[in-house]
Each structure stands twice: as structure tokens, then as C-alpha cells.
Design a protein around this ligand. Sequence first.
Ligand SMILES: [Zn+2]
Length: 60
Amino acid sequence: MNDEKKECLVCKRDSNQVPLVQLEYQNKNYWICPQHIPVLIHNPQKLTGALPNAENMQAG
Ligand SMILES: [Zn+2]
């Protein structure tokens, strides 16, 4: 159950290298580093391929 890989969904760095923030999306957990939180907020379409349906997410 606990085998989700904790790494930034953008840059793939893990929590040994950067602080990671947990996201819950579509009942799944994802992790993102502070450097890439602005991407999630302002350019979620750039996460296409990393998050399902990212191309349909609205920029904040
Ligand atoms: Zn990152």
C-alpha cells in the first residue's frame, strides 16, 4: 500500500534532496517540490504526462 514513490512529479527529485508537498488528486497521492508548485498553479498544462488530465486543468 505504501509503495508510492515520493518524488517531485516534475523533476523527480526525492525528499532527500528537496522538501516535498503532498497532493491528493483523483484519489491518488502525488508529490511536488516547492520549485514546481508555481507550475502547478500557473501552468498546469505543463504537467501533462505527469498528472492525468493536466491538459484540462485551469490555471489559477
Ligand atoms: Zn520539482
